[in-house]
Design a protein around this ligand. Sequence first.
Ligand SMILES: [Zn+2]
Length: 167
Amino acid sequence: MADRPGSDQVTTLDTPIRLDYHFSAGAAATPYLRGLAEGKFVGQRCPVCRKVYIPPRGSCPTDGVATEGAEVLADKGTVTTYCVVNVPFAGQSIEIPYICAQVLLDGADISFMSLIQEIPADQVRMGLRVEAVWVPPEERGPTLASVEYFRPNGEPDADYDSYKAYL
Ligand SMILES: [Zn+2]
């Protein structure tokens, strides 16, 4: 048995796994994904409450109607909340500690998760103003991997009242 004292225990195993599948992005996500390949954030607006969602899911969760349009948003925003990752795990590609944050892009009404880099972990804070760092144009594609991370953009911290509704 593998758990007998003195036996050679297998604790991990690296094995290649591959899954091929086709993903149909749909009408809402297509402009968003194409935008990422062009270095732009593209959301959609609810025609009822006027909120802008990114990534767009095709409908407003409040009003239950289809979102529409292609709202090009700034590639800068505000850290609304964050966590400091200090726990190493298998396959980790980023040196710890690092920051996962919710970033509220200017003009958006929902935040999304992103890495924050180019700032010591103990200096990241709610309200920190950040900008996207895109991968080089030739490496961009219809994926959020086109955004390498966000970094401080030097603007003064956002006032709490400006983002408290998005926490
Ligand atoms: Zn709505």
